[in-house]
Every structure is written in structure tokens, then in C-alpha cells.
Design a protein around this ligand. Structure first.
Ligand SMILES: N[C@@H](CCC(=O)N[C@@H](CS)C(=O)NCC(=O)O)C(=O)O
Length: 216
């Protein structure tokens, strides 16, 4: 059986949920509670020495890091494809994924925010300003890129990995009340994705470990 170790509100886990749903792959959710630090303790650390979610277990195989998991899923279960057939378009998709995964997401990760609060003594207001700053900077770059290559979705008119990265990042931005009006292309693509059942199923509020989720 396939298992996804993740946390309902983790945007990196959200990426994998979307991809699994798009590819029609069933899985069991194993909740790892980030708030109580389960990801930094055994038994989770034995499964994933990196101590981060998500982690995918596919039979005997265990894969960490969302980008590596997505590339694995793409190669192992190629249909429907989440990377375009065209070489340059594929590079474009990967470039957008990296912009989100490497230039935006790590700056606002839980452990970074906790470090600012706990070790640097920042007030919550300053932490939120930090968060919004990196979203504003990153989304400005993303918006400019998307104006050049977007169709209905991030790259052309088919859903790709870039959309799988974009939607969870927009979710994070909304969670921290980042103003999104300056980014009409991002908002338009997010709306188009939300119409797709796979994105709806993968939404954090619909996960079994979300507060108020129905049992089973
Ligand atoms: N680059 C990693 C990032 C994984 C990551 O940072 N996950 C977050 C949740 S979205 C996490 O586990 N945070 C725990 C922490 O910061 O302590 C990936 O793409 O999988």
C-alpha cells in the first residue's frame, strides 16, 4: 500500500496530495503532527532522517523531498503527465517549481518562523511582516514569469508540476493574509486549478488530520 506521511497544513505535503489525485493513485494518509514536533522524533526520524514532511512510501520504497517525490511519481506513473513533452517547456515548468520550492517556501518554513520567535525574540507582528515580505518578493517574480508563459495554467493550457507547486503556495499566502491583488495572473491560475477535483480533494481542510475533520 502507498502511504503519504504529511501534515494537513504543510504545503509541501499538499503538493504531493495534488499529484497523487491527478494521477489517480490511492494512498493512506499518515499524519505527522508538526506542531508537537513529531517530525523530529522517532519513529518518524527512522523513516525519514531529514525530519521533514512529506515522505512517500510506495511499497518498499521511501522517498523524501517533494520535488524528488514528484519526479519519482512522474517517472513511475507517467499518465497523465505533469511535465510537458517539449524540452524547453519542461525546463520552464521546473524553473517555476524551483522558484517556489527554493526561493520562497524555505524562507517561511515552520522552523524558520520558530527560530525568529524563539531564538531571535521577534514579536508575532515582525514574524508576519517577514512572511509577507518574502511572499511579496517571490510572487512579484513569479507573476512576471507567468505573464510570459501562462495559458489557462502556469505553462500553457495543461496542468503541470508548476501548478502543483503554485496552489499550495497561494494557500500559504492567504493563511498569512498576504495581499494578493498585485498578482492577477497567479490568482487567475489558482482559480482555474481550484475547479479541478484533484485540487479540491487535496485541500488542507479536507485532510483527516485537519481540525474538525470527520472520522474515517
Ligand atoms: N524542500 C522540502 C521542504 C519540506 C518542508 O520543509 N516541509 C515542512 C512542512 S511544509 C516541514 O516539514 N517543516 C518542519 C519544520 O520546519 O520544522 C520539500 O520540498 O519536501
Amino acid at each position: 500500500m502507498r502511504k503519504l506521511y504529511g501534515y494537513w497544513r504543510s504545503s509541501a505535503s499538499y503538493r504531493i496530495r495534488i499529484a497523487l489525485a491527478l494521477k489517480g493513485l490511492a494512498y493512506e494518509t499518515v499524519a505527522v503532527d508538526l506542531r508537537s514536533g513529531q517530525h523530529r522524533q522517532d519513529p518518524y526520524l527512522e523513516h525519514n532522517p531529514q525530519g521533514l514532511v512529506p515522505l512517500l512510501e510506495d511499497g518498499e520504497r521511501r522517498i523524501s523531498q517533494s520535488m524528488a517525490i514528484l519526479e519519482y511519481l512522474e517517472e513511475r506513473y507517467p499518465h497523465p503527465p505533469l511535465l510537458p513533452a517539449d524540452l524547453l517547456q519542461r525546463a520552464r515548468v521546473r524553473s517555476l517549481c524551483a522558484l517556489i520550492a527554493c526561493e520562497i517556501h524555505p524562507l517561511n518554513n515552520l522552523r524558520v518562523l520558530q527560530h525568529l520567535r524563539t531564538d531571535c525574540g521577534w514579536e508575532e507582528d515582525a514574524v508576519e511582516r517577514w512572511y509577507r515580505h518574502w511572499i511579496r518578493e517571490g510572487f512579484a517574480l513569479l507573476e512576471r514569469e507567468l505573464r510570459a508563459c501562462a495559458g489557462r495554467y502556469c505553462v500553457g493550457d495543461r496542468i503541470t508540476m508548476a501548478d502543483v507547486f503554485l496552489v499550495p503556495q497561494v494557500y500559504n499566502a492567504r493563511r498569512f493574509c498576504c495581499p494578493l491583488d498585485p498578482f492577477p495572473t497567479i490568482l487567475r491560475i489558482d482559480r482555474a486549478c481550484q475547479e479541478h477535483m484533484a485540487f479540491a480533494q487535496a485541500h488542507p481542510d479536507r485532510q483527516p488530520d485537519a481540525p474538525g475533520a470527520l472520522p474515517g
